[in-house]
Design a protein around this ligand. Structure first.
Ligand code: ATP
Ligand code: MG
Ligand code: MG
Ligand code: MG
Length: 576
């Protein structure tokens, strides 16, 4: 590829709305271009990375036995009504009407369509197990799109769905996908961790998230350095929200007794017995105006008693529900919980309440972390938090350091992560709702046992950059760089030798299957080098008259401090 034919468009400054380094660098490197809130054009340079990410995922999915298909972006509402998700999913689900007034959705995920295909196509036990996947555009009307394509509204996801005869074989399918994900993220060259996770609105029986470790991550993970234990604290959406709502929190802290009020106090006050089965939940409820802007936020503490099983409440009873807490409008919360026992209304006593200076606050109460498995939760992740946000990471670390791990194998630590993949063992949740059955050996219909498996294709780009960059720009891992090698000729317009050598090296590398770009734009060396350092190409070869006289070129790896003089043969050897 020649730069003059390709499209290179770099910027000196990042736009003001870019908060995190990956968003800034992707904008500056001309990888994405904003079209609207959370909606981006994937520009040629960025698209090359996306295609490489997709290729690796596709290869490993096929290797693991999954079959590719492609399901539509726009899907009829009827299927979503069969599972109840048309109503349950809340404002994140984009609903549209056609010219006849019929309801459709823009897919945020594809369980319903997939299950519909399976119930028609997979009729016999002989056809199972089966695993289908696609790499497709998704739309989620996120409450707070940000960080560029890391939390977009439109994004690309690889989603896969497995169908099995029973839980035992479905577990094998799940483990197979888990292993495929390990390979995929290893091939991306990213530092990641698989953590036990909540099953959220999708529901189901077991779930792991693949988290790329980065201090700017929206998720907080507890893990035990001396064992395999790792779980998501499921605060991804709560923390930024709470930071935004410092004012609301302040009001709460005034009515609580600083440092003294506890869940026990609340329970005593309300005459509730506080037993081991009581779980507490923090809710932040937003009131929106007609423009969809938040005009008021109320923070609630909800105590759940034994008769309110966590799972029952957790799965889909309220839109946008996440483990142990969620966001919903005040009226939704009241409509659902208003008349039920265990609902305590908007109250102002939180545990523990810590007043820091005169702003403050603290709000966490016995969050339940991790897998939906009895005795495998880490509960009591309580911390006070000072604002502003940068103190947060340190804050969390301080509180958790040293707490015993639930598996008894050591102590817990905390780190931040970016959720790049998620595997679920769904069980029969969707097959039951949609009557997806197969005939067993005895000709008896049985519900198919399902799993579903997502990877945030476009989010990978942001996560990779959060982990791999310096003050000059992006440092792409080899496997997903837009180009692996750039050839930079100096003075090509003046020197026939340089021009000939640059073209020859470009062609030789191409012939050897190396993904190489020749920068024939005629830029000055400084500007040219700055561009490719910003874009993050892993290898650079500089060709100049001076070097050619000695029969040498200059090679520099993107992480190298200095360039090295090598012969052309040595360069070819190094890059192939
Ligand atoms: P998050 O907790 O970040 O909102 P999620 O749990 O809602 O993600 P899943 O339903 O598990 O997401 O979807 C599978 C994958 O799709 C996620 O692991 C993530 O990598 C990616 N993804 C989800 N939402 C977005 C988004 N708004 N922008 C980009 N990628 C996303
Ligand atoms: Mg989400
Ligand atoms: Mg999540
Ligand atoms: Mg998820």
């Amino acid at each position: 590829m020649k730069a003059s034919q390709f499209f290179v468009s770099t910027l000196k400054e990042a736009p003001a709305d870019a908060e995190v380094v990956s968003h800034k660098l992707m904008m500056r490197a001309g990888m994405i271009k904003r079209l609207g809130a959370g909606i981006y054009n994937y520009m040629p340079m960025g698209l090359r990375v996306i295609r490489k990410v997709e290729a690796i995922i596709r290869e490993e999915m096929v290797r693991a036995g999954a079959v590719e298909l492609l399901m539509p972006v726009v899907q009829p509402a009827e299927l979503w009504q069969e599972t109840g998700r048309f109503d349950k999913m809340g404002p994140e689900l984009m609903r549209v009407k056609d010219r006849h007034g019929r309801d459709f959705i823009i897919q945020p995920t594809s369980e319903e369509v997939m299950t519909d295909i399976a119930r028609q196509e997979l009729r016999s036990y002989k056809q199972l197990p089966k695993n289908f996947f696609h790499i497709q555009t998704k739309f989620r009307d996120e409450r707070r799109p940000r960080f560029g394509i890391m939390r977009g509204r439109e994004f690309t996801m690889k989603d896969a769905y497995s169908f099995d005869r029973d839980v035992a074989t479905a577990t094998v399918s799940y483990q197979n996908m888990y292993a495929a994900y390990q390979r995929i993220f290893e091939r991306f060259g990213l530092q990641f961790r698989a953590v036990a996770a909540d099953t959220g609105a999708i529901g189901g029986e077991a779930s792991h998230e693949f988290q790329v470790i980065a201090d700017t991550g929206e998720d907080a993970i507890v893990y035990c350095p001396s064992s395999e234990y790792a779980a998501n604290i499921e605060l991804a959406e709560a923390l930024p929200l709470l930071a935004e709502r410092a004012a609301a929190s302040q009001a709460l802290s005034k009515t609580a007794t600083p440092g003294k009020s506890t869940c026990e106090d609340v329970a005593a006050l309300l005459g509730l017995p506080l037993t081991q089965t009581v779980k507490s939940i923090v809710l932040a409820a937003d009131e929106l105006n007609e423009q969809g802007e938040v005009v008021k936020t109320t923070v609630w503490l909800l105590l759940l008693r034994g008769d309110h099983e966590m799972n029952e409440v957790k799965v889909g009873k309220l839109p946008g529900l996440k483990a142990g807490f969620r966001f919903a409008t005040v009226s939704e919360i009241e409509a659902h919980f208003g008349s039920k026992p265990g609902y305590l209304g908007p109250i102002q006593l939180l545990k523990p309440v810590k007043v820091v200076a005169d702003r403050t606050v603290a709000l966490m109460s016995d969050f339940v972390c991790g897998a939906n498995e009895a005795d495998f939760h880490y509960t009591g992740a309580n911390w006070g938090r000072d604002l502003p946000e940068p103190d947060l990471v340190a804050d969390i670390r301080n509180v958790v350091a040293g707490d015993p791990s639930p598996d008894g194998q050591g102590v817990l630590a905390i780190q931040r992560g970016i959720e790049v993949g998620h595997v679920f063992l769904l069980g029969t949740k969707y097959s039951a709702d949609m009557k997806a059955t197969y005939l067993d050996e005895n000709g008896k219909p049985q519900l198919m046992v399902m799993g579903c498996y997502g990877i945030g294709v476009t989010r990978i780009l942001g996560a990779a950059i959060e982990q791999n960059h310096d003050d000059r720009g992006i440092i792409w891992p080899e496997s997903i760089a837009p180009f692996r090698v750039v050839v930079c000729p100096i003075g090509m317009d003046r020197s026939e030798e340089v021009k000939a050598a640059a073209h020859k090296l470009h062609e030789d590398l191409l012939a050897l299957g190396v993904d190489v770009l020749l920068d024939d734009r005629g830029e000055r060396p400084g500007a040219m080098f700055a561009d490719w350092e910003l874009v993050g190409v892993p290898h650079r070869v500089v060709i100049s008259d001076r070097g050619l006289k000695e029969g040498l070129v200059e090679y520099q790896g993107r992480r190298d401090a200095e360039a090295r003089k090598l012969s052309l043969a040595e360069v070819l050897d190094l890059l192939t």
